[in-house]
Design a protein around this ligand. Structure first.
Ligand code: SF4
Length: 349
């Protein structure tokens, strides 16, 4: 079990629920749009939001953003340690630094002093793409071992300044390297771990990379917060993170849809039903598994673990609960009847 750190009113690590993170891709200096995006992320279920602070101007906007959201806000700092200190002064709940590019020990010492003064934690963000030169020379290329050694080096530096209020991330765009590095790290240390496959890309391949990387580690019991990194709007990152958490048994919340791939037995457009049910139930938090199956010869049996489901026939289908058929439904009413039952079972919440 990892140590616990506090992010505003949330706890990270120590077996607490895995937190979903995302990151603004609008600069804070474009303040109205940044606020809009931060609020949209919170509404989508994001539990921690991070933003890049590349300039003093961006840091000065932090209080405005923070005042519009309730979730913890993290400053992402590269190169300039003074921006980490300024962000702490402006009220961020955590600072993410890549010690490999923040400068020497003296600068880290100044950042640590500021973090202590404001009682906030840091994330040491090790990235395979920005490892220290000497480690690249030692290992010949970015490797899982080099990433862990980089993390270790920076943890030692923080410890030297008597600072243990830290989380760590070890990210690579190589999924296997991300998994290996985090496994290795988790064997040696008990700091909370932020999981992510960095620069995963976009669309399906990015989702798959993230699901494999993050999912494998979560199933190993490694990881306390996740960020799915997708090119484009950050909002889909939140949904993707939720799906990964649900698939790993780390989030028992909301409607989980089970649907068959369909085969020659299927005479119904089940995809439209699935999409409609998903859209109309996305606000529901009560955990419920809902099946949409393409035939009633095999549907109720194949989805017998579902709390409720519809097995669609050509002219009529069957509503079933835990594999037991409860009523016959006319073809035009599949979505309506299933939705009504979901609302009854969850109270619409
Ligand atoms: S539930 Fe029916 S339609 Fe769906 S895959 Fe199984 S046999 Fe085919």
């Amino acid at each position: 079990m990892s140590k616990i750190i506090k992010l505003k009113d949330k706890f990270l690590g120590g077996g607490n629920p895995v937190l979903i993170q995302s990151m603004l891709n609008v600069p804070l200096t474009d303040t109205d749009n940044a606020i809009r995006q931060a609020v949209a992320l919170e509404e989508a279920g994001c539990e921690v939001v991070r933003a890049s602070i590349p300039t003093k101007e961006a840091a000065m906007k932090i209080p405005e953003i923070i005042s519009r959201i309730t979730i913890p806000f993290v400053a992402d700092i590269h190169f300039d340690h003074r921006l980490a200190i300024l962000s702490a002064e402006k009220g961020v709940d955590k600072v993410r630094i890549n010690p490999g590019n923040i400068g020497g020990k003296d600068r880290v010492k100044e950042v640590v002093k500021s973090l202590k003064d404001h009682g906030i934690p840091a994330r040491i963000g090790v990235n395979a793409g920005s490892l220290e030169k000497d480690l690249l020379e030692k290992y010949g290329r970015p490797t899982a071992e080099a990433m862990v050694e980089s993390a270790e080096r920076h943890i030692d530096m923080f410890r030297e300044f008597d600072f243990e209020n830290i989380a760590v991330s070890l990210k690579s765009s190589d999924t296997k390297m991300t998994i290996d590095a985090n496994r290795l790290f988790a064997e040696k240390f008990d700091y909370p771990i932020h999981l992510g496959v960095t620069e995963a890309g976009f669309g399906e391949s990015a989702m798959i990379k993230s699901a494999v990387g993050i999912g494998t580690l979560l199933i190993d019991g490694i990881g306390d917060t996740v960020r799915v990194s997708l090119t484009g709007s950050p909002i889909p990152e939140v949904d993707a993170a939720k799906e990964i958490l649900k698939a790993c048994g780390k989030l028992n919340e909301g409607i989980q849809i089970i649907s068959c791939p369909t085969c020659a037995r299927c005479k119904t457009d089940t995809l439209s039903i699935v999409k409609e049910i998903k859209e109309l139930t996305k606000h529901i938090k009560t955990p419920l598994s809902v099946a949409v199956m393409g035939c009633f010869v095999n549907g109720p049996g194949e989805a017998s673990q579902a709390d409720v489901g519809i097995a669609c026939g050509r002219e009529q289908g069957k509503l079933f609960e835990k594999g037991v058929i409860t009523r016959t439904v006319r073809k035009d009413d599949y979505t309506k009847v299933l939705l009504e039952r979901i609302m009854e079972m969850t109270g619409g919440k």
